[in-house]
Design a protein. Structure first.
Length: 101
């Protein structure tokens, strides 16, 4: 038997992790669908990938942007293997959006 409610804490931790994962999935999807700019690249293994820079949520363009690097998994499906706050390396893609409008 678990003393001190440790089982309850583990369940709450699991719920928090699932909630954080769901939020990350939503942010990835939003950034990909509403990207400000993109660039086709090759990953370190020489495979095709795409860097997309987009907002975390509506109205976030210019600040709060994220970079998402994706590969095609199957037709019309992708796998995101990097998501993070946009770095200086890809920040110019935000300006690409403003220039194209």
């Amino acid at each position: 038997m678990d003393e001190g409610g440790g089982g309850s804490s583990n369940a709450q931790d699991g719920q928090k992790r699932r909630r954080a994962w769901c939020i990350a999935c939503q942010e990835i999807g939003y950034a990909v669908l509403h990207h400000a700019g993109k660039e086709e690249i090759q990953d370190r293994n020489g495979l095709d990938a795409v860097v997309l820079v987009g907002p975390r949520h509506p109205g976030a363009l210019g600040k709060g942007c994220i970079e998402v690097i994706v590969k095609e998994a199957e037709h019309r499906d992708f796998v995101a293997f990097q998501i993070m706050t946009v770095t200086d390396v890809w920040r110019y893609l935000i300006g690409q959006h403003r220039h194209d409008r």
